[in-house]
Design a protein around this ligand. Structure first.
Ligand code: F0G
Length: 366
């Protein structure tokens, strides 16, 4: 039986041949990646016509989001370059991953966050992993502009997805999907914020296809939150707003790359409202047992929207789905990252009972 050594797991170990690392790159890993690809019988039934839908559950990465894939690469390469400190702007997940991996590498981590717009779980992560947290009086786009300026100094390595090693690490999710399905899916659906992930997936799919590891490349279907949808509207959104704070971004860094991915894959970009996002989050948890944060639910919301309104769907792969298509939806972050949002938007009052068996059974109606 082949066993990968315990000290050599994670996406760099698994996909070393496809990543810009050498034998001397110090690998900083938390065994990220190899996340479950979960078949959804209910979504498959909703799509119908023999189509199969799978959920790539990225919330099961070590810090609870897909960002760990890119961060193992960014921090390993920063360590290789002898950097002592890293910096990033974040809506909360990049900063959690940066903080954890930087700590592991013995580096200082500085995170710039939009004040008041980070979920408590993510903020807690930045603190407990030991980073220096600066809350700025501005949004993510303002924070990223500051990071670009401060990161130009020699002391810092920028670990936002403008760092190409982040994209390299994140493309491994596409490899995993092909390795597991035996081929690329026909359609890949994912939420879009700063647009690094759609860029990374497409890079991964193209590379594996070029190596004949798949027979096809998927159509990339991205979804933005309606109040933060610069790519969909084709203009910078100066005051982005959405309940899905992770994708509350008005001027994505990888805008051009995302457009290229959508164009080259004959894909699409569409929007989902906050209401649709929250409904999809609740539906996925209550029907498939998968609890994701609001931004992640944008992919499920997008599919449900396209199914409900096929005639008016944006032109693209979800409008004209071939029978027996395979669909993969990435859900990017764990639901426990942000418990305040679902608790605020729905009332979850427990039943109450005296502390006796009889009283509990009576309350339950038995
Ligand atoms: N889903 C989640 C949970 C995210 O945290 C992000 C981005 C996205 C989707 C969108 O991915 O930016 O590659 O298009 N979060 C970044 C952050 C911006 O700072 O954590 P993208």
């Amino acid at each position: 039986m082949f066993r990968q050594p315990l000290h050599d797991r994670g996406v760099i170990a698994r996909y070393r041949a496809h990543l810009p690392v050498s034998a001397t790159t110090p690998v900083v890993s938390l065994n990220e990646g190899s996340t479950p690809l979960i078949h959804s019988s209910r979504l498959s039934a909703k799509v119908g016509r023999g189509c199969e839908v799978y959920i790539k559950y990225e919330g099961l990465n070590p810090t609870g989001s897909f960002k760990d894939r890119g961060m193992t690469m960014a921090i390993s390469k920063a360590a290789e370059a002898g950097k002592k400190a890293v910096i990033c702007a974040s809506t909360g997940n990049t900063s959690a991953a940066a903080a954890a991996y930087a700590t592991r590498a013995g580096m200082e981590c500085v995170v710039l966050l939009p004040a008041g717009k980070i979920s408590a779980g993510k903020l807690a992560q930045a603190f407990v992993y030991g980073s220096k947290v600066v809350a700025i009086d501005g949004n993510f786009d303002d924070a990223l502009n500051l990071v670009r300026e401060i990161g130009a100094r020699d002391e810092f390595e920028v670990v936002n997805s403008i760092n190409p090693f982040r994209i390299e690490g994140q493309k491994t999710a596409a490899f995993e999907i092909i390795d597991e399905l035996g081929d690329a899916p026909d359609i890949h659906i994912l939420p879009v914020g700063n647009a690094g992930n759609i860029t990374a997936y497409w890079k991964g799919y193209v590379e594996y296809h070029n190596l004949a590891c798949s027979t096809k490349r998927p159509h990339m279907a991205g979804f933005q939150a309606a109040g933060s949808a610069p790519i969909f509207y084709g203009r910078v959104v100066t005051a982005p707003d959405t309940v899905a704070t992770a994708i509350r971004i008005g001027n994505p860094a990888s805008w051009d790359q995302a457009k290229a991915a959508i164009h080259d894959s004959a894909g699409s970009i569409d929007i989902v409202t906050d209401h649709e996002i929250l409904e999809a989050q609740a539906w996925l948890a209550a029907n498939e047992g998968i609890f994701v944060e609001p931004a992640s639910a944008a992919s499920v919301a997008g599919l449900l929207k396209a199914l409900e309104n096929r005639e008016n769907a944006v032109p693209g792969p979800l409008q004209n789905m071939a029978p027996e298509s395979t669909l993969v939806l990435t859900v990017t972050g764990h639901g426990l990252k942000d418990i305040d949002t679902p608790l605020k938007h729905r009332s979850f009052a427990p039943l109450t009972a005296a502390a006796t068996t009889e009283a509990v059974l009576r309350t339950l109606g038995y």
